[in-house]
Write a protein that binds this ligand. Structure first.
Ligand code: CA
Ligand code: CA
Ligand code: CA
Length: 140
């Protein structure tokens, strides 16, 4: 659960990513790279890597505190969560999360949607996940 919260925090890194966080169902649907209506784990990780490229503001191939300097000025609490995420995913402790470390990171949203655990989110699972997300939104 903690990983899920931290991953969600990462999605707020940029406005485009924040939009995805508000609608994880749309985010999953957007991860369907080959457009066959099903999302494989590989497609999900690939889509996450694309978001990683966007968050890597200084384009040095890793996420670090340097990438969130501007954010830290306007939304210090968001930057704080991102820094916590870096600490969590930074497995070798150099203060940077590389593409490799990101690729190996847990996939809590994917795992939640893939209810039968076969490594693919099929149309029914995606529909169920979206319905769940919508129901949660109404409860708030
Ligand atoms: Ca697909
Ligand atoms: Ca960077
Ligand atoms: Ca499945």
């Amino acid at each position: 659960m903690r990983n899920f919260l931290i991953a969600a925090a990462l999605l707020t890194a940029t406005p485009a990513l924040a939009q995805m966080q508000r609608d994880p169902g749309a985010m999953l649907a957007g991860a369907d790279g080959n457009g066959d209506g099903m999302i494989t784990r590989a497609e999900f990780v690939q889509s996450r890597a694309a978001r990683f490229e966007k968050a890597d503001r200084n384009k040095d191939g890793a996420l670090s505190r340097d990438d969130f300097k501007r954010l830290a000025r306007f939304r210090p609490e968001a930057a704080e969560r991102l820094n916590a995420l870096i600490d969590e995913l930074d497995t070798n402790g150099d203060g940077r999360v590389t593409r490799d470390e990101m690729a190996r990171a847990p996939t809590p949203i994917f795992d939640r949607a893939d209810t039968n655990g076969d490594g693919t989110i099929d149309r029914a699972e995606l529909a169920a996940f979206k319905a769940q997300a919508a129901a949660r939104k109404q409860q708030r």
